[in-house]
Design a protein around this ligand. Structure first.
Ligand SMILES: Nc1ncnc2c1ncn2[C@@H]1O[C@H](COP(=O)(O)OP(=O)(O)OP(=O)(O)O)[C@@H](O)[C@H]1O
Length: 575
């Protein structure tokens, strides 16, 4: 009786009658009859691929099975005892991994809820996996939503899993042999399966991105580090190399995502990513969206390869730090050799000469997996311990501005380094070594070797640096006029590379055409400094359009410092 009603309803839908079915189900029924020539009255058995075909499908999906296993196991634990079956199918609909209760194995196998079953729509008719492959959206195909009478007792909820290039890679399906009648009984299954699919995409993206930056994103600071909603993988210039499906919403204008620069949609450039790393408080890691609104970001730096080659040739992150400057060439060759050792390094030089950047490049070149960065100004012994508490394996400890260490924290640091030999300190300082306020004991724990960065005015690769900074911070087709270039090459640069970046940022903002000309350049360094010292925070924020990254660059501090100062001054952006 029920079977006859089901067939009659399919006929009505084919004639164009609205029967209250979900639109995607009606569309699938239509395809089953009109494209695949199926007949709902025929009790089709489950389609199972042969053992050798299954081996092929599993071999091709091996990376996916690996990435999904942990998520599937944890999902299965959540639904255990409720008779749910989990299927992971490849993009063709063939089940390549399976979790179900062995007690019902025979029933599940005959219903097709088993390894090797093929749930593509053109074979199985309207079903969770098939509809998910066609619509590329999460779906519930409940009981008589199914096309064939053989399946009308099942309830299947399926979510798509996309690879990092945006292609459909798999479907995660959670099914019941028997279910309560209301379709909404499967709402919880829908929410479980979509979040499990999101986590599989995240695991896959992370596994692919060991050599690149990853920016993970969340609407709420609470979930940022534990279960972020979306992530993008970025190259050194901030271009998108891969993404999880939910990251599409950042690119709301649609179209191409791969190859786009992240600063086209978010108020961060690749140079801001270190400020979004885990050592910063979560609530300070705010990212403004270009179209308004804000998100929270967690940046993960490229990791060194686990089996780092003991090469002394310069390459990778270190190579990008200098052009043809003999002093920098010598320093970077030394840095490349020292990167593979455990020797504590002290990086000295004037403010803005790139000590922090060099430290990060040394870390990326070496074999330490973990990376912790702390600013020594205001650092308490407790905060130092808290920052290092989770470090287990070899870990780089970047200590910025050790001249600002308090006496108490200096004692705590010496004790910490003795107790945790896995920590490799890389310290930076602008101070003269003879003026460092620390005991000889601590000094020798920090300065196994000293690398001195030259001031920008002494470097012979200023032209190269100008082009590089321009390439990173200006639109692709923007260039410097010969007179602007000559003016910049003649400057003194007391603020070094930081000042160079700011000058380019200002010039890019002021320039009205595609060529930066001399009048677009901000004032001479001396004048700029005087103004900066006198300029109130509110004025800086207004001048930067309340963009925190821009204000941070202008003030020569990082974004979290700007945020802290704003909070302290009780300033908020105008409505
Ligand atoms: N080799 C480089 N090429 C281009 N930009 C660079 C280079 N090195 C550093 N920078 C940029 O210059 C700015 C200052 O760099 P960094 O923070 O490493 O300097 P620092 O010496 O640690 O400064 P401070 O002592 O004031 O903390 C950063 O924005 C960084 O991106």
């Amino acid at each position: 009786m029920q079977e006859r009603q089901h067939v009659e309803e399919i006929e009505q839908v084919l004639e164009g009658t609205q029967t209250g079915r979900d639109g995607f189900v009606a569309a699938s029924w239509r395809r089953c009859v009109e494209q695949y020539g199926m007949d709902p009255t025929r009790a089709e058995p489950a389609h199972i691929v042969t053992d050798s075909e299954l081996r092929d499908h599993r071999a091709q999906a091996e990376w996916l099975i690996g990435a999904a296993r942990t998520s599937l196991q944890s999902l299965f634990r959540q639904v255990s005892g409720q008779n749910y079956v989990l299927l992971l199918t490849d993009a063709k609909g063939v089940c390549v991994d399976y979790f179900g209760d062995d007690l019902f194995a025979d029933n599940l196998r005959s219903a097709g809820l088993y390894l090797g079953s093929n749930w593509s729509e053109d074979l199985a008719g309207t079903c969770g996996v098939g509809a998910c492959i066609v619509t590329q959206e999460p779906v519930t195909v409940h009981q008589d939503d199914h096309f064939g009478n053989a399946h009308t007792r099942l309830s299947c909820t399926a979510a798509p899993i996309f690879d990092s290039l945006g292609g459909l890679a798999a479907v995660l399906d959670i099914s019941l042999l028997r279910s309560p009648t209301p379709k909404r009984s499967q709402n919880l299954a829908m929410s479980l399966v979509t979040s499990a699919a999101r986590r599989v995409e995240m695991a896959n993206l992370m596994a692919e991105s060991r050599r690149d930056w990853v920016l993970r994103i969340s609407d709420s600071p609470e979930f940022l580090d534990v279960d972020p909603e979306a992530a993008v993988r970025l190259d050194g210039a901030g271009r998108v190399l891969g993404y999880t499906r939910s990251a599409r919403r950042l690119f709301a204008d649609g179209g191409q995502i791969l190859g786009r620069r992240i600063d086209e949609v978010l108020g961060v450039t690749v140079d801001d990513l270190p400020d979004l790393m885990r050592d910063r408080p979560t609530e300070d890691r705010i990212i403004e969206m270009q179209g308004g609104g804000a998100l929270f970001g967690h940046a993960i730096a490229p990791q060194a390869p686990r089996t780092a080659l003991r090469s002394t040739r310069r390459g990778g992150p270190l190579a990008g730090l200098a052009g043809d400057d003999p002093a920098m060439g010598h320093l970077l060759t030394q840095a490349a050799k020292l990167a593979h050792t455990n020797v504590p390094l002290l990086l000295t030089g004037e403010t803005g000469t790139g000590k922090t950047k060099l430290a990060r490049a040394i870390h990326m070149t070496g074999a330490s997996a973990g990376f912790i960065a702390v600013d020594c100004g205001g650092l308490t012994p407790d905060a130092l311990h808290a920052a290092c508490v989770n470090s287990t394996g070899p870990t780089t400890l970047l200590l910025r501005r050790i001249e600002d260490l308090s006496a108490n924290t200096a004692i705590a640091l010496a004790a910490l380094l003795d107790a945790r030999p896995c920590l490799r300190p890389l310290s930076t300082t602008c101070a003269d070594l003879t003026e460092l306020p620390m005991s000889a004991a601590l000094f020798h724990r920090l300065a196994g070797a000293t690398l001195r960065l030259p001031p920008l005015r002494a470097r012979r690769d200023l032209g190269w640096l100008l082009d590089r900074v321009l390439q990173r911070r200006a639109p692709e087709d923007m260039r410097l006029s010969p007179s602007a270039r000559a003016e910049l090459l003649g400057r003194d640069w007391p603020g070094n590379l930081r000042e160079l970046e700011q000058v380019i940022d200002v010039a890019v903002a002021l320039c009205e055409a595609r060529v930066i000309d001399a009048p677009d350049l901000p004032d001479a360094p001396q004048a700029t400094q005087t103004i900066k010292a006198e300029e109130p925070l509110e004025q800086v924020m207004e001048a930067c359009g309340w963009n925190m990254s821009r204000a941070a660059r202008r003030l020569g501090v990082n974004r979290s410092t700007v945020l802290r100062r704003l909070r302290k001054a009780g300033l908020t952006p105008p409505e």
